[in-house]
Design a protein around this ligand. Sequence first.
Ligand SMILES: [Zn+2]
Length: 198
Amino acid sequence: MFDIADTVPGNYTGLMPDWELIPVPIPEPLWNLSAAQLLGSSSKLWRGIRAEVLAAASNTCQTCGRPVRDGKGLVCDEVWDYQEAGQLNVARLVAMRALCPLCDRSRHPGMAGLISSRIPPYMQLMRVNHWGHAQAEAAVARAWADWQRRSQLVWVLDVVPELLGRWPVLRPLVGQVGEPGDGTRRVALRRAGMPRRS
Ligand SMILES: [Zn+2]
């Protein structure tokens, strides 16, 4: 049986050692640059990966622990680690996990929602992490600052060997580049009905 813990490399110092629920809005250069987008979120390949991740999680949200009958509505969350290193910044896919919609919204909020709406996603941060109000507020402020800084950078994508070994179809993600402005253009192209991979 696939153990999701095995997908996290030993030297991983990233976002959530204990599967905490940390808000991490996706930097703009990386919008629409993901495993789900690569494979197509309704494709057989992506649905297969999602099914494996959900089965490994026993159809339970891996942050709040809520079990969901038949996994209905559970999201296959791509856990990306962002390493900022000056010229070459690496966005690395380090794990996949199951999240309920409420946790998913808290984790990848639209920035407008993150700032203006403190319920329910904001409450979910407090509940899941056993945080007080000030801690949740600080995490949201950090997320906003990180997002602004990261959205100004050029990113190259990588995927940890554990995930490539399990799902070789993810290999085309490695080496893809996202520059500021690219994400907005990708979203606009998709809305205009252009091919997903431009
Ligand atoms: Zn949850």
